[in-house]
Write a protein that binds this ligand. Structure first.
Ligand code: MG
Length: 255
């Protein structure tokens, strides 16, 4: 049985998702040595508002900016500011947009200038784990099928998944049930149903899964200072399987 507002929800969320995609594409063009993260924030907020949408994160639980910018050992929830990107950094950007009563949410980790091979591998593995996890977003599968996929791919690469933050259902609210951990058992957890919208978001660390929160009370960093990557799509569970509502154009390093 599908949700009665199936088509309405899918179409409205596709509008929100497209705006997030545009913002992700903008960020992937802008990220370069010398750029301040607050410049990215302002550009994305301008783009989102120019499309008649509202940045989902601004003021969410008191978050002080429109996007999250997390550099190197920062996992998620970094606050944009005066810091300038330098060559060798990896930059994670998480963006949400709200329009027509629905949210879209996506994240990407970008290389800045020339990055080392370990960072490149971290980005490749995390992105690949997102796409593999998205393929599990089918009616009849379970949330554990998503998490176990990410966990296995991280472990195969010698990396660890973050356990303190999860993906989530998404729709009229930014964060809905179920939580979607990046670990789990195949065939376990809540059932995935037709018409569900899921924000799938692997967060993978080179080193320990342990984290700490900086004094700004937002920025999550790896406990051991190792690097972390984060990719996210908003996915609609349709009759023909998963539909990515936040596709981006960025492609890099033979991914
Ligand atoms: Mg999210």
């Amino acid at each position: 049985m599908r949700n009665p507002d199936f088509k309405t929800k899918r179409d409205a969320m596709a509008v929100a998702g497209r705006i997030v995609s545009e913002a992700i594409n903008l960020v992937s063009e802008m990220a370069a040595p010398g750029l301040r993260t607050e410049e990215l924030n302002d550009a994305v907020e301008g783009l989102i508002r120019s499309r008649g949408a509202v940045p989902s994160f601004k003021g969410y639980n008191g978050f002080p900016a429109s996007v999250c910018t997390s550099i190197n050992e920062q996992i998620v929830h970094g606050i944009p500011g005066k810091r300038r990107l330098v060559s060798g950094d990896i930059l994670s950007v998480d963006i949400g947009a709200y329009i027509g009563g629905y949210h879209g949410d996506a994240a990407i980790t970008l290389p800045v200038g020339e990055i080392d091979e370990l960072s490149a591998r971290l980005i490749r593995v995390t992105r690949a784990s997102l796409l593999a996890a998205v393929a599990e977003c089918r009616a009849g599968r379970r949330i554990g099928d998503i998490g176990s996929t990410v966990q296995r791919m991280a472990a195969d690469a010698g990396f660890q998944v973050v356990r303190d933050f999860t993906g989530h259902g998404i729709g009229r609210r930014l964060h809905e049930r179920p939580q979607i951990p990046n670990y789990g058992k195949p065939g376990a957890g809540p059932l995935i149903r037709l018409g569900d919208a899921l924000a799938v978001e692997p967060m993978i660390n080179v080193g320990t899964m342990a984290i700490k929160i900086l004094d700004d009370n937002w920025t999550a960093v790896t406990y051991d200072g190792s690097r972390s990557a984060h990719f996210e799509h908003t996915v609609f569970v349709g009759e023909n399987g998963p539909e990515i509502l936040t596709p981006w154009e960025w492609c890099w390093g033979g991914l």
